[in-house]
Design a protein around this ligand. Structure first.
Ligand code: HEM
Length: 399
């Protein structure tokens, strides 16, 4: 065991490649404690890195609660309430409502629109031979998808992106900018809820408002919380997944060619890319009682960072985990969308957006180079964030 081991998920040195540190943690420090020098709420937290422990903790909401939030050292009372940060029974009631309206049919119907939008966004960049896969492409696709699902004006999408970056893309989720953005979002969503109460549409918000579960009343705050949740949960995750996948495919041209040669590989490739990239690297829980694991006792009330990204690279589950391999067996087992009662409700939407975005890109540009020196990473947890992902390719002009 190395006494000098150090891992800080908020330190930039780990943003590009946290996986060697995860490997050491899984082997030598499966219950790793970290102090927070200038803490706000908790003076320290713990990290779980082995796949078996990650899986067990995510399935054990009674001992690993979400009720104090899922962001490290963050005062949850400053953030609008939503089911991410709830335990049963309210969590399950709200989840049932959303699950009923986010149907497979509604998701499938989005495909032509996402594909059209992706092609249109890409078209203006093809003649230049360069593209910032984050700013010019990946950031735009989830905002458009949300506008479609919630029937919001596309002209507001810059606003949605700004709010998302201000609340989610830094190390301080309750910074003055984040709190201002939460305030603006809250006012925006409450306005939308008031409007949809008067004019019912076929969008998700109208359906949530007019849900048919007798006896389950929803306050306007809770409906505004749904909007905020959908927005928060879908934007940062999906855009960073698409951009990180562009990097992964750029660095692994053999796997990229497999996809262009055989499109039937796409479903398996999306799962392997989800495992390999793990856009959500870590979210927190708080212990509700003392929990002893591998001889270490985590006291009741402490925060625990669950490292989904480490579970996805655990060599006891995945052979050669650092290799991107679209022929990998058992690829369906991964923690990219979480596990347990909070498992991602938007996984089908996310899979669709990721596939369409990558497929449209590879159809137009089967060969490209990632400009490694231009990559800008801004975060590891909760999301493996990218601020810039430049790629170059042979310019494409249309006759
Ligand atoms: C690549 C994109 C995405 C990734 C990697 C992702 C990942 C996750 C993960 C790991 C969780 C579990 C949170 C926890 O354990 O506390 C989660 C929850 C959730 N996701 Fe996603 N997500 C993605 C896209 C989306 C989209 C597009 C939507 C909506 C359309 C969505 C809606 C949700 C919701 C509502 C929850 C909360 C479920 C609950 O608390 O019961 N996600 N997501």
């Amino acid at each position: 065991m190395s006494a000098a081991f150090h891992f800080d998920p908020f330190a930039a040195e780990f943003f590009e490649d946290p996986f060697p540190a995860f490997q050491v943690m899984r082997r030598d420090h499966p219950v790793y404690r970290r102090e927070i020098p200038n803490h706000r709420v908790w003076p320290h937290y713990w990290m779980l890195s082995r796949a078996a422990d990650v899986d067990a903790a995510l399935k054990d909401w009674r001992r690993f609660s979400s009720a104090q939030g899922t962001l490290i050292d963050t005062d949850i009372t400053l953030i609008p309430p939503n089911m991410f940060n709830m335990d049963p029974p309210r969590h399950d009631e709200l989840r049932t409502i959303l699950a009923r309206v986010l149907t497979p049919r509604r998701v499938a119907d989005l495909e032509p629109e996402i594909a059209r939008a992706a092609r249109a966004i890409l078209a203006s960049h093809l003649p230049t031979g360069q593209l910032d896969a984050t700013r010019d492409y990946a950031q735009l696709i989830p905002t458009l998808t949300m506008c479609s699902l919630l029937d919001l004006p596309v002209s507001d999408r810059e606003l949605f992106l700004r709010w998302n970056l201000e609340t989610m893309a830094g190390a301080d989720f309750t910074s003055p900018e984040a709190l201002r953005a939460y305030g603006e979002m809250d006012a925006y969503w409450k306005g939308i809820v008031a409007e949809r109460r008067k004019h019912k549409g076929s969008d998700l918000i109208s359906q949530i408002l007019h849900h048919d579960r007798a006896g389950l009343e929803l306050a306007d705050e809770e409906i505004a919380g749904f909007c905020s949740l959908l927005h928060d949960a879908s934007q940062n995750t999906t855009m960073n997944m698409i951009a990180n996948a562009v990097i992964a495919l750029g660095r692994n041209p053999d796997q990229r060619r497999k996809l262009t040669d055989d499109p039937t590989l796409w479903p398996a490739a999306i799962e392997e890319l989800m495992r390999f990239v793990s856009p959500v690297q870590g979210l927190a829980r708080a212990t509700t009682c003392d929990v002893t694991l591998h001889g270490v006792t985590i006291p009741a009330g402490d925060q625990v960072l669950i490292l989904y990204g480490s579970a996805n690279h655990d060599e006891t589950v995945f052979e050669n985990p650092e290799r991107l391999d679209f022929d990998r067996p058992r690829v369906k087992t991964h923690w990219g969308f979480g596990q347990g009662i909070h498992t991602c409700l938007g996984a089908a939407v996310a899979r669709l957006e990721i596939r369409v975005a990558l497929q449209v890109l590879l159809d137009a540009v089967p060969d490209y180079t990632v400009v490694e020196s231009g990559i800008i990473r801004n975060q590891l947890v909760p999301t493996r964030g990218l601020a810039a992902t430049p790629i170059t390719f042979a310019p494409i002009t249309f006759a």
